[in-house]
Design a binder for this molecule. Structure first.
Ligand SMILES: [Zn+2]
Length: 272
């Protein structure tokens, strides 16, 4: 993953420390407060990525400043809960406030750079599809988990390039901060597979009057990034963590099957 510059002067934190600590607690009860009829536009995975970046730059104090500027009253634990959603205006206000406080018009792109640092399991799942080509083909499904007001389409995907369209439906108006967020996220797909992104460009844009945003990402399928020993260790640790979780699930399932079999009156026969 790309490293960010820690302007807070604090000790650089490992990836899992980037997300606010409240995240884990809130994950334990992901949907208990999702009332019926609550409008869901933007997944809080998006606001979570933004706040992780803000925290990386300036710690909790800067998060407080951004929340105040945005007029945001929800707790950080909710804004970083991947099971929760925000209405579009609230999510946009957070991005606008962060852009203002950090004096960075590209804060959308910066936020997505932190996106894959937060969830080792997400990264492993994305890598498990095998290649950037296969991952880009899944763009509509991935987008559906991020937004209910923007549709994504894998217009054309090849061995070394992808053309991805994103269309925000009226009455919602696409904002360049979200264009930057998408561009940045897509540009990292090849990097997840150890390939270099050669080109990442938004060649059509709704905010410039086009009917859709169209992203072109080109990567080198033969080139493998130089991985430092630290990055290699980090990735191995992530993989072990994910495999441990899966193994525990598998063990639980196996023991359930075993007890079900043991309690059966007759021996189970197998047809093959
Ligand atoms: Zn755009």
């Amino acid at each position: 993953m790309r490293g960010g510059t820690d302007r807070s002067g604090a000790t650089p934190s490992p990836a899992e420390d980037v997300a606010p600590a409240e995240t884990d607690d809130s994950r334990a009860k992901p949907t208990d407060a999702l009332e019926e009829g609550v409008i869901q536009h933007i997944s809080n995975t998006v606001t979570s990525a933004l706040l992780a970046y803000v925290k990386k730059v300036g710690g909790d104090a800067l998060i407080d400043e951004v929340l105040m500027k945005a007029g945001e009253n929800r707790p950080v634990s909710e804004l970083t809960n991947p099971g929760r959603w925000s209405v579009y205006d609230d999510a946009l206000n957070l991005f606008l406030a962060a852009s203002d406080v950090l004096d960075d018009p590209n804060v959308g792109a910066r936020a997505a750079e932190s996106l894959f640092e937060n969830g080792a399991e997400t990264v492993e799942m994305m890598r498990s599809v095998g290649s950037p080509t296969e991952l880009f083909k899944l763009t509509p499904y991935i987008m559906a988990k991020q937004s209910t007001i923007t549709d994504a389409e894998a217009v054309e995907v090849g061995r070394d390039f992808a053309l991805i369209a994103a269309t925000t439906r009226p009455p919602f108006v696409r904002h360049p901060l979200f264009c930057g967020y998408s561009m940045s996220a897509y540009s990292q797909y090849p990097i997840l597979f150890g390939m270099n992104t050669i080109e990442a460009e938004e060649i059509e844009c709704q905010t410039r009057g086009d009917s859709r945003c169209l992203y072109r990402i080109v990567w080198d399928p033969m080139q493998t990034e130089v991985v430092t020993p630290e990055q290699k260790i980090e990735r191995l640790e992530q993989r072990v963590a994910v495999l441990s979780t899966r193994f525990e699930s598998f063990e639980a399932m196996a023991s359930e099957l075993a007890s079900a079999t043991a309690s059966a009156a007759a021996p189970v026969t197998c047809s093959r």
